[in-house]
Design a protein around this ligand. Structure first.
Ligand code: PMV
Length: 319
């Protein structure tokens, strides 16, 4: 018997940055767009072995992934946590695959932890039937959050809000957006996002971070509801710079912004200056630049992809 599940990645417009110790409790609310085409697939197969084990999954349309020893340990630790929650003693072989390149800085922890949580629930529910209570999507998202914070937003689409009450779907316009990621290679050794959450506590900007993020979240939702694309762009722009400013003002400072990132950001800025319109732009804890376009901006997305592909790999998912 085998159980399968898939879950999408997501890109935050209001960022989860800063957490309390243990359990991935965010110090601020975040809002994300679910990237429905960027999926992690998980397969669980029961084993008589005394431990769980991870393997790469062979799946059509997916590249074979490699996960470091510590990455595998973190993943299997989450499976252990789920089995304990579901009061289940057996072990599994966990196989996973992503249908997007894993080395391009797209958050694969969000999709992979969400998919693992879904698959484990499916498997144990099937094996234990009525002996396992029913879990709502919100409750499963909360379990997933304990493995990877941003994964709790991947349970809802297209817009997901994660605040003190957990993660849930939020109704907002712009339900279909083209998504583009400009892959900016840099050789600088990166600080992991888990590490970044801790280090930013040393920045003097972090004391007022929660208030700034909350204010921006409220403003963004108001402007999205009013279909004000340009003001929303400005808020989203300020938000990712705020997060990168937290990184660069930590003690010691660290950062992800590279010459390539700045080149892409400059190109987007000049499009907005010339056309009074353009894509939304954001960056995660990495040098890559994410662009979101309205459906009517497909032509612009194609043009930008063509211009930037002279220097960078550009991955576009059209709706
Ligand atoms: O889920 P984590 O711990 O990998 O944190 C991810 C944080 C950011 O991607 C930088 C922002 C976000 O909200 O997704």
């Amino acid at each position: 018997m085998k159980w399968q599940a898939a879950a999408p990645s997501n890109i935050a417009l209001i960022k989860y940055m800063g957490k309390t110790d243990g359990g991935n409790i965010s110090t601020n609310a975040s809002l994300s767009y679910t990237l429905g085409n960027l999926l992690t697939f998980i397969e669980l197969e029961p084993t008589k072995d005394s431990t769980d084990k991870w393997e790469a999954l062979n799946k059509e349309g997916c590249e074979r992934i490699h996960i470091s020893e510590s990455g595998q340990a973190r993943f299997l630790k989450h499976l252990g946590f789920l089995k304990k929650e579901f009061n289940f003693n057996g072990n599994f072989i966990v196989r996973s695959a992503n249908n997007f390149p894993s080395d391009c800085g797209l958050a694969s922890s969000a999709s992979s932890f969400a998919a693992l949580t879904m698959a484990a629930y499916k498997a144990v529910k099937d094996l234990k039937k009525a002996d396992l209570k029913d879990y709502s999507l919100e409750a499963l998202a909360d379990l997933s959050r304990q493995g990877s914070g941003s994964s709790c937003r991947s349970f809802f689409a297209p817009w997901s809000l994660w605040d003190d009450n957990g993660a849930r779907k939020v109704d907002l316009p712009f339900e279909k957006l083209h998504h583009q990621v400009v892959v900016v290679n840099d050789k600088i050794k990166q600080v992991s996002s888990s590490e970044a959450h801790k280090r930013i506590r040393t920045s003097s900007l972090s004391t007022t971070r929660t208030d700034r993020a909350q204010e921006r979240l409220e403003k963004l939702m108001i402007n999205m509801k009013a279909q004000d694309w340009k003001t929303s762009y400005e808020i989203i722009w300020n938000e990712f710079w705020d997060m990168h400013a937290l990184f660069e003002t930590s003690q010691p400072p660290f950062g992800y912004m590279s010459r390539g990132s700045l080149h892409v950001l400059d190109s987007v800025k000049s499009i907005w200056q010339n056309q009074n319109d353009g894509p939304w732009v954001t960056m995660d804890a990495g040098p890559n630049v994410h662009l979101l376009y309205r459906p009517d901006q497909k032509y612009l997305a194609q043009n930008i992809a063509q211009d930037l592909s002279a220097h960078f790999q550009v991955i576009t998912n059209y709706v």
